[in-house]
Design a protein around this ligand. Sequence first.
Ligand code: PMT
Length: 404
Amino acid sequence: MKIALGVTGGVAAYKAAELVRRLQQEKLDVQVVMTRSAQEFITPLTFAALTGKKVITEMFGAGGAEPANVESAIEHIAVAQRIDLLLVAPATADILAHFAQGIARDFLSTLYLATKAPVVVAPAMNVNMWEHPATQENLQKLRARGVHVVDPDEGYLACGMTGAGRLAATDAIVEKVRAVLGLRRDLEGQTIVITAGPTREDLDPVRFLTNRSSGKMGYALAEAAARRGAHVVLISGPTDLPIPESVDWVPVRSTEEMRAAVRERASDANVVIMAAAVADYRPTAAQKQKLKRGDGGLTLELEPTPDILAELGREPVRQNGRRVLVGFAAETDHLAENARDKLARKGADVIVANDVTQEGAGFDTDTNIVTMFLRDGRELPLPKLTKFEVANRILDQVLEGQKR
Ligand code: PMT
């Protein structure tokens, strides 16, 4: 996987050299980007030697002295599209302010705006600068946008003061990067059953009732859980998505087929996550022959489908609290009220609710905006994140619930 490491101008910039080594040990391909002030503390040559790549130091022209050219001017877009993660360590108060305000002043701040990859920042600065309301407000803004912050450590600072502001330990930064990229193996030994996509309920041999689910949310969960070491059983309604690597893929079509597959595979599972958009109703009787067009209207008679999630919620293994059960709620109104109702009625531990009318949320988008409703009454809203990041946050919550 490819990551860009942004190095900004603080005394801790020298620690970024060790960070590069540690990231490389994780088999990450590192491209270093330095701000001008970072170059006052450490030379690009150090990073070029470590990575075997030219360090990006200027927006236009390789070293500033070279004339601007179209290739270098659009390089930030190419890098932005190439990377799986942008890490900034150390991150000064100045770069955090630029990110928070969306000011594209140099290559690094432009890269932040141009990339859709997750962003991790590890701030390092004087304690007064760290505690200043301006810095804290900027961090709050960035966190709300989904930026991951590795808080600085407390201790003796280069400026001679003592307090918070020292760059977090290299191991803590690397651990956060691994977590965000889904490279932790913290789900090893667990079997996780995940449902994804729509179901199809046949009307006749050529027509069916279905919905707009693309399967992206469920597939992101499957990929994230597999990367974290889980044995994943992905029970999928019809989708156009490629089958994720290292998962046990079970294709199904109707609610009844999904129910049978879930009941069979859930018996050995530690966790079941129902991200599928399961039909609530199906035609009372599917016609054997194609329905013929008549002169008048057509009334369909529908019956409710079995509620797979609620059935699992009533099983004894659930009542013993030995299997974590996560449901979703796709809502268009009264999100919190409906989610709390589903949590209680379906016997789930977590309901992940999304307002599917919101831009960037719900059906067939690469991002989602969700709130997790927990049994203990807590509500955890998340900012707009990629479905892969949402998946990792849900899995973090599952792990936290298992520890309690
Ligand atoms: O697939 P994408 O395009 O990425 O879109 C993602 C999504 C919008 C489908 C996903 O984020 C989502 O919200 N999934 C649940 C959709 C849904 O069916 O919600 P619901 O509120 O109708 O159902 C509540 C829960 O009960 C769900 O976990 C559902 O899987 C489950 N259910 C519903 C009906 C039924 N008969 N059996 C069930 O188990």
